[in-house]
Ligand binder design. Structure first.
Ligand SMILES: Nc1ncnc2c1ncn2[C@@H]1O[C@H](COP(=O)(O)OP(=O)(O)OP(=O)(O)O)[C@@H](O)[C@H]1O
Length: 288
């Protein structure tokens, strides 16, 4: 991305009231003692044990763990869509009390407005922020190109493939220039080929835009391919068991033997923890 584009996109900050200024080199995200317990009917579900994480500005961090370990719960709390039962989150130096255009959450199913075409979907957040029409068009145009959707500006979501919808959702998120992108299994519903392709695109976009990315996945190789760090969660109640730094050079090939070895090491750590937990549960049930 050219410097002139970055400057012009930054211009939209002037239109957005709750925009935090980017603080290069400081922690982008501070998660301190964040836990979550749900009351589900008569049942209490402990989804997250207190989680502490510091994520630097511009870091690509993958959250990895088995189904139900609280990854989405943590992402929702970081997005400000849910409140923690304890603890606090600071994003770009500001306490998180609710959603903000500075932290955008992308889901497995791209949440596009079905009645708007790609161009207008991408422009939507800018329109909400009061960005003038001409500027909106320029910014949307730039990000539609960034995600390789040029030529589909007038297509509606139902006319796009799953991968194209996800690209449009990424363009829409990038258009409002959040410092932090939260991605919850964004490629989980896609075929392996499209998934590989989008992984590469997300990595290029991250390298060009220096966003902080928190990326939830079940897929160990995907986590190792993308992450500067892979944070491994234990099964429910979710808690961090390991924080792996991934120093492999980019861009990474899923077939690279070092990547495959790292993924195997992480999977082993997760399996050991699960076995330990099963054993503890068995011992507990024997005692009772
Ligand atoms: N609104 C809710 N009410 C009650 N329980 C909930 C609620 N949301 C999540 N849970 C429970 O909290 C636990 C963690 O759920 P969460 O969706 O965060 O897990 P996850 O790691 O993202 O799983 P997956 O990988 O399958 O998406 C689960 O046991 C789930 O049933």
């Amino acid at each position: 991305m050219s410097q002139s584009t970055v400057n012009s996109i930054r211009d939209i900050e002037a239109y957005s009231e709750d925009k935090a200024s980017p603080l290069a080199g400081v922690n982008s995200l501070q998660i301190e003692g964040v836990s979550k317990t749900f009351a589900d009917g008569g049942r209490i579900v402990e989804a997250l044990r207190p989680v502490d994480l510091s994520i630097a500005a511009g870091e690509f961090v993958c959250l990895l763990g088995p189904s139900g370990c609280g990854k989405s719960t943590l992402l929702n709390i970081v997005a400000g869509l849910d409140k923690p039962s304890s603890g606090k989150i600071t994003a770009n130096g500001k306490a998180v009390h609710g959603p903000s255009t500075d932290r955008i959450l992308l889901f497995q199913e791209a949440a596009l407005f079905p009645w708007l075409d790609v161009q207008r979907n991408v422009e939507f957040g800018l329109q909400q922020a009061g960005v003038p029409a001409k500027r909106r068009k320029e910014i949307a145009h730039h990000f539609i190109e960034t995600v390789n959707l040029k030529g589909f500006e007038r297509s509606y979501p139902h006319q796009l493939s799953g991968g194209m919808k996800q690209r449009a959702a990424i363009a829409r998120a990038l258009a409002i220039d959040p410092a932090i992108l939260l991605m919850d299994e964004p490629f989980g519903a896609l075929d392996a080929f499209t998934r590989d392709h989008l992984q590469d695109e997300v990595e290029s976009i991250w390298a060009a835009t220096h966003k902080t990315i928190l990326f939830v996945t079940h897929n160990v190789r995907e986590a190792v391919a993308l992450g500067d760090r892979v944070i491994v969660f234990a099964p429910r109640p979710g808690r961090v068991i390991r924080d792996f730094r991934i120093d492999l050079p980019r861009s990474r090939s899923l077939e690279d033997h070092k990547l495959v070895d790292k993924a195997a090491e992480i999977l082993d750590a997760l399996k050991s923890e699960m076995q330990l937990q099963e054993q503890e549960q068995k011992n507990g049930s024997t005692i009772h």
